[in-house]
Design a protein around this ligand. Structure first.
Ligand SMILES: Cc1cc2nc3c(=O)[nH]c(=O)nc-3n(C[C@H](O)[C@H](O)[C@H](O)COP(=O)(O)OP(=O)(O)OC[C@H]3O[C@@H](n4cnc5c(N)ncnc54)[C@H](O)[C@@H]3O)c2cc1C
Ligand code: FES
Length: 500
């Protein structure tokens, strides 16, 4: 079993040099995931001089670790959107995602890479009888939103369901290959891509564009900047306080026999199970949603998924396992467009684990805004400067209060003797009178960092399964040597050289 995304292990992602000298472009796209690459491609095809500035490498973020379903069916959402915001917003969300889906299908068809794209139905199902009513309401709301939705109990799963909603003609892709194809297309369209280039500062220059500074000090001057970083870095636009991180575990397993020819997701009040086929006999199993930094036993989620997969399918082997995260907004609508900070700094965030379709729709909006084209009819529902309705703001305050509790209360976990850390294990340690985060690598070397998040100072929690230091406040993650893995943090953790 390999630790890491099956999509990254089975795609040839192009590598690019880091940005080494100051640069001037029309559009700087920060982030080389699906949203950044799609935006860069559209903007380059519009004739702009564009550079993608990626902290690690193409697909290093969530896009390389997704389930790969490109669908307008996002669990149960349309009845809730209609209820909270009205039928027009539910319809706008549906149209945006259908347009995103169509764009992915179009691009996948053009790219010189086999993206393993195929059309399949998508089902959201309830096993428990209590789910029937919610499914019935969702079928109605989805149909009213103009989607190809029907109610059914006929779902290609090895167990009975009490109710389900079926969307026809949805799309599956191999996310790694799709990203590789997008990156190649950006370069072919004249766009530049730089890996290993983490942007730490954004400085609006009035009418003179935006200046971006990488952590190595290199600067980019751009007319417009697009923050396609899953969540805008640092404090930009206050998005860290207007979203919550949500993380899931994933397995790629081989079955004895073919996998069900459908995308499915459970909607019961039990840990989510999201499935899709890969190869002829492979199944991707995703679930056990949680907030990063919140799980005391990070192996438990993987174990639970595997136990469920083995109980329901004839599993020959578990081949890959990984985890990934995304951000959700309090009103269930992503933020897309200009930031409150500046009309020259645009963003797209808050896809709630459905950003392949809605992130592609976001890229269409961003490219329109940059080109000065008239907006799409549904664009305003994603307004990235909105504050939100009273209920959403109330939910946000409640969520942020729990983060405040973490800030105060999360610092008091027991710290052990570093000598007690077995190879491959990490945790809080006391070293020379300092409370540090320690990890003993399989070769026996101790790595020590200050376990305080460099974003806003929350305490970090050791994630044994993914060997990282995770922040519960806004989802920043750091490796055992303190390098930023993801989240709004930009600066690494302070490292200590333990003398053992
Ligand atoms: C477990 C899981 C399963 C999912 N499954 C699905 C699915 O089946 N269908 C679906 O539609 N959606 C799914 N999603 C959601 C979807 O994958 C994401 O919404 C989407 O990939 C987000 O793309 P992105 O480009 O915004 O972010 P990312 O892919 O995370 O890209 C952001 C990039 O920005 C870079 N970056 C970050 N900070 C900086 C910085 N300061 N400077 C430079 N670069 C920076 C990162 O290295 C990263 O490469 C899933 C999400 C999860 C967590
Ligand atoms: S991510 Fe904000 S404090 Fe850690």
């Amino acid at each position: 079993m390999e630790q890491g995304s099956v999509w990254l292990a089975t795609a040839e992602l192009p590598r690019h040099p880091a940005l080494a000298a100051d640069l001037e472009v029309d559009v700087a796209v920060v982030g080389g995931g699906l949203v950044g690459l799609t935006t860069a491609l559209l903007v380059a095809r519009d004739g702009a001089r564009v550079a993608v500035l990626e902290a690690a490498g193409i697909g290093a973020g969530t896009s390389g670790r997704t389930t790969g379903k490109v669908t307008s069916q996002h669990g149960l959402i349309y009845a809730d959107l209609a209820d909270r915001h009205g039928g027009d917003v539910a319809r706008g969300y549906a149209e945006a995602n259908q347009e995103g889906l169509a764009k992915v299908a179009e691009l996948a068809g053009q790219l010189p890479v086999d993206c393993e794209d195929s059309r399949l139905p998508a089902f959201a199902y309830a096993v428990r009888p209590e789910g029937r009513e919610r499914i019935a309401a969702e079928v109605l709301a989805a149909q009213q939103a103009g989607l190809p939705a029907t109610g059914t109990t006929d779902v290609p799963l090895p167990f009975p369901v009490s109710a389900a909603i079926r969307f026809d003609d949805q799309l599956l892709i191999h996310p790694g290959r799709y990203l590789a194809g997008l990156a190649g297309a950006v370069s072919a369209a004249g766009g530049m891509i730089f890996d290993g280039t983490r942007i730490g500062e954004f400085d609006k220059r009035g009418n003179d564009g935006v200046r971006l500074t990488a952590v190595n000090g290199v600067r980019v001057h751009a007319d417009r900047a697009v923050l396609a970083t899953l969540l805008p870095p640092g404090l930009v636009g206050g998005y860290f306080a207007r979203t919550r991180p949500t993380r899931s575990y994933a397995l790629a397993v081989t079955l004895r026999g073919p996998a069900p020819e459908a995308m499915t997701i459970s909607v019961d009040d039990t840990p989510t199970r999201s499935l899709r086929p890969w190869r002829s006999d492979g199944l991707i199993v995703v679930g056990n949603d949680h907030e990063p930094g919140a799980e005391a036993d990070t192996e438990a989620g993987y174990r639970d998924l595997e136990t469920w997969a083995r109980a329901n399918f004839d599993v020959v082997s578990v081949d890959h396992r990984w985890a990934a995260q995304d951000y959700r907004t309090p009103d269930r609508l992503p933020y897309v467009g200009r930031t409150p900070f500046s009309s020259r700094i645009l963003t797209a965030t808050g896809f709630a684990k459905w950003g392949l379709s809605s992130g592609t729709a976001a890229a269409l909006v961003l490219a329109d805004l940059i080109a000065g084209r008239p907006g799409r009819p549904w664009q305003s529902i994603f307004d990235a400067t909105r504050i939100g309705d009273a209920a959403s703001v109330g939910r946000l305050i409640k969520d942020n209060l729990s983060v405040g509790t973490e800030f105060v209360g999360g610092r008091f976990g027991a710290a052990g003797d570093p000598a007690d850390l077995a190879p491959g294990r990490g945790g809080l340690i006391m070293l020379d009178g300092n409370r540090l985060g320690g990890y003993r690598d399989p070769g026996g070397t101790l790595h020590a960092v200050t376990p305080t998040c460099t974003h806003l100072g929350c305490p970090l929690h050791w994630n044994q399964a993914d060997t990282s230091w995770d922040c519960r406040c806004h989802g920043s993650r750091f490796d055992a040597d303190g390098a930023v893995l993801e989240g709004p943090a930009v600066e690494p953790l302070a490292r200590h050289e333990p003398a053992e």
